[in-house]
Design a protein. Sequence first.
Length: 425
Amino acid sequence: MNESVFRRPVRLTADRTIVRQLTLDDAEALVSIVRTEPEILPQTLQGVHDAEALAHWLTVSVPNGQRFGVSVHLAIADRETDTLVGFLGLFRVDATHDSCEVGYALRQGVRGRGHATEALLLGADWALNDCGLHRIELRTLTDNIASMRVAEKAGFRREGVQRGAGRRQDLVMFSRLATDVPADGPVRLVGIGVGPGDPELVTAKAVRLLQEADVVLVPVLALDEPGRAESVVREYTAKAERVVFALNDRGGVTEKRAAAWDAAAARVLDAFEQGARTVVFATIGDPNVYSTFTYLAQGVRAGRPDVVVETVPGITAMQDLAARSGTVLAEGTESVVLVPLTAGNGTFQDALQTGDTVVAYKFGSRASEVVDALKDAGRLDDAVYGARLGLPGEAVGPAAAIDGPVPYLSTLIVPGRRTSRGGKL
Ligand SMILES: C[S@@+](CC[C@H](N)C(=O)[O-])C[C@H]1O[C@@H](n2cnc3c(N)ncnc32)[C@H](O)[C@@H]1O
């Protein structure tokens, strides 16, 4: 750690924000904060009420912390007016491990203007690049979504939850290292499979990318309704942004559908314009199995051919149903045929005649036709069915128990007929 830089006066500037030393000129604003919103004051000022103690903090405690290399309390100011809009502090400075903790708070009326992200970026860059620190820690309450977004935008990475660490409440630990360089190279659009619904059925790679991505998009039916992939994504990152995808529009490429695909592609292209390097789009199950990601990727490629499109595989609903129902999907030489009932009942009936294991998707409203076809083929008794796998209201059971329409999120497995161990080898 370079202590001489740490001790020097600080003045850092971004587009809208200045991070600078606190001075006696800030006293009036400080008094107003003490009166109206004391909860945003730095820890060391909590409970301080009188003018004399405030002046002592400003003129003695803050400079001493910096002089002795243990903390620096700075003002976040509006760049146009230089008025105090919040505080940024680096504390628990540890010269042995070259690490510190960062905290910040903004006044009520100035939130949502980008001051927090700019201030945190300025402070973290200064500590890591100029002061020679190696690691900065940031802790936030697990429900403080806004703070988590700010941390992620400022290049901090989520490490995990510290149980009961903040006045008995759980905290999320983020950190940024001096060696965390932003990835360069081409801009990337990544379709991430997040599995059918159980947040534990997400790959380590998917979690890493969800946390590292600059923008995380989740498809939804309407902006005020949570999406199917969204609840899984929110277990791992606070930065899920909804894009309307007309998911349940029927009848091919409808006008509404095409407009939704175009709008989502435009959002991705805009994110790249704004400087994002990696945009991810989360999709239930696997992104290469009946996923909306395919249409988004085509739209983005058309608008910007240099975008690298990648996918991260996810566990499909049929795999999850196989596991939850104890059904083997394939043995030996057996085929597995996956049929969406939107292709018509005839396709399903043909598969029951020719295929070994048959899996059906997208049959919610046509469940009785499916049951009739199974009966006709003499395969009803072996078939298993699962609805809302891994989600609230999950149901797994024999297909023979299906009675009327079932949820859209329903999957059916008709296993190959097996008579002896290894008989299909
Ligand atoms: C548009 S497809 C998406 C498939 C998904 N990409 C996959 O890899 O499994 C939607 C169909 O997947 C199946 N599905 C997806 N998630 C499911 C879940 N949680 N429970 C049961 N079926 C599910 C249903 O058959 C549903 O109609």
